[in-house]
Design a protein around this ligand. Sequence first.
Ligand SMILES: Nc1ncnc2c1ncn2[C@@H]1O[C@H](COP(=O)(O)OP(=O)(O)O)[C@@H](O)[C@H]1O
Ligand SMILES: [Mg+2]
Length: 230
Amino acid sequence: MIRATGLGVEVDGVRILSDVTVALEQPRIAVIGANGSGKSTFARTLNGLVTPSEGTIEVEGTDVAREARRAREVVGFLFTNPDAQILMPTPVEDLALSLRAAGVPRGEIDDRARAALERFGLDGHADQPAYSLSGGQKQLLALAAVLVRAPRVLVADEPTTLLDLGNARRMADLLIDGDAAADRPAQTIVVTHDLDLAARCDIALRFADGRLDEIGEPRDVIERYRAEFA
Ligand SMILES: Nc1ncnc2c1ncn2[C@@H]1O[C@H](COP(=O)(O)OP(=O)(O)O)[C@@H](O)[C@H]1O
Ligand SMILES: [Mg+2]
């Protein structure tokens, strides 16, 4: 459950998000809207990367600004660019880092890291230098590293923007349908310009000029968004 109440963000005297009040309990939530409309700012308030200037944001009963540490456990965040997220020299070490951070016992880490790589189709690349992975493989690794910590909520900010068609589809399938073998987040929020991906969600939010402009059935929200450009 995500609850924003009068949420606003101001940076250096400039208002970039205003008066967002919304309660979300759907499993899959799309966030759409033009560049600069406030999507990433909203997404980032969900795990404390951006601090509200007004109002509150609560995820699974955790006030994100007040309980920043807890919020980072509850909410996993997937960035557009996996290079921003891959911290270790190889995939298996990167997953091991996530598992250690999640408090997994030392003796289980290597097995669990390798099992996770297999679930994400990266088992042939466990020990390959991470920089040498393809863009699609890097994004899969970044997603694996987030999900292996079993966050209750996953926020993905334009996770398919840098990917080719095949990899974008695969990433979309993982976000929407998930992986039965993995711990699924209770909720996934995906910021995207891919309106086919947005259409597969349970609800869509459209931002415009730093405000939550519309919320509803993805089909309807997308149709009105498209109509503006027709
Ligand atoms: N740290 C910041 N300092 C100043 N302006 C910012 C900052 N972060 C975002 N903005 C501005 O706020 C607006 C909304 O940004 P953002 O949330 O990234 O939009 P979106 O993700 O929808 O493209 C943009 O005009 C952007 O330039
Ligand atoms: Mg953005």
